[in-house]
Design a protein around this ligand. Structure first.
Ligand SMILES: CC(C)(COP(=O)(O)OP(=O)(O)OC[C@H]1O[C@@H](n2cnc3c(N)ncnc32)[C@H](O)[C@@H]1OP(=O)(O)O)[C@@H](O)C(=O)NCCC(=O)NCCS
Length: 196
């Protein structure tokens, strides 16, 4: 399933299944401790792990939405690889509830790219994929990620405390869940306002 999505400044594309360049890009992305800080405490991901575990997940098709669950993100103006977005149905064969996620390289942070990509995927989900609800989780202390969720129109649902294999600074503050129902969505990414 090779769907592309363009926004004003981004191109979202499928990852290549056996693409050495994409593998290198992913290894590089996951070797920055700042990028991985709220994922696993900052540990780099090995190339073997990327090939055997990460890439198969990123290239998996979801027929219920007609696309992959993950999108490689490139900067439209330069073609530079920025990272990825997740927009993945929680149930394999049902488009109703989709999880939103994102991981961008540090040089791309603070330029509104995560918000831009998230809004475009949400729009696509609600208008074309038949999605009814978008949900997202992050660590309570991951303020950047929470801010992106809010700017994309998701609203805070709950804070919860899980058991994780990695002990990450700030994990004692728990995780937060955000969500956006289709009926509450409007195209401007404003939280809590019904579509008009
Ligand atoms: C989370 C992430 C995708 C955000 O990407 P981004 O392109 O910088 O996001 P945006 O520029 O669209 O928005 C970031 C927002 O966070 C705000 N922000 C930046 N640093 C912040 C901080 N320390 N505390 C609170 N807010 C912060 C920015 O000001 C901006 O909000 P604003 O437009 O209201 O000013 C990026 O930081 C990332 O990939 N991090 C590593 C992976 C990760 O943690 N992913 C999420 C796991 S759930």
């Amino acid at each position: 399933m090779r769907t592309f999505l363009e926004t004003e400044r981004l191109v979202l594309r499928p990852f290549g299944e056996d693409d050495d360049s994409d593998i290198e890009r992913l290894v590089r992305l996951d070797s920055d401790p700042d990028v991985m800080r709220f994922i696993n405490g900052g540990r780099p991901t090995s190339r073997v792990h990327v090939v055997e575990r990460v890439l198969p997940q990123l290239t998996r098709d979801y027929p219920c939405i007609g696309t992959r669950g993950f999108w490689a993100a490139e900067e439209k103006a330069t073609g530079a690889f920025l990272g990825w977005f997740e927009f993945r149905p929680l149930a394999d064969d049902c488009a109703d509830v989709v999880e939103l996620g994102y991981r961008l390289g540090r040089s791309a942070w603070g330029r509104g790219y995560a918000t831009e990509g998230a809004r475009a995927l949400i729009r696509k989900g609600f208008t074309e994929f038949g999605v009814q609800k978008v949900t997202a989780d992050t660590m309570y202390v991951n303020s950047r990620s929470r801010r992106v969720m809010e700017k994309a129109g998701l609203v805070f649902v709950r804070r919860w405390y899980g058991e994780w294999p990695d002990s990450i600074d700030g994990c004692e503050h728990g995780e937060v869940e955000y969500a956006l129902e289709r009926s509450r969505w409007n195209d401007r990414g404003e939280a809590g306002r019904p579509a008009d």
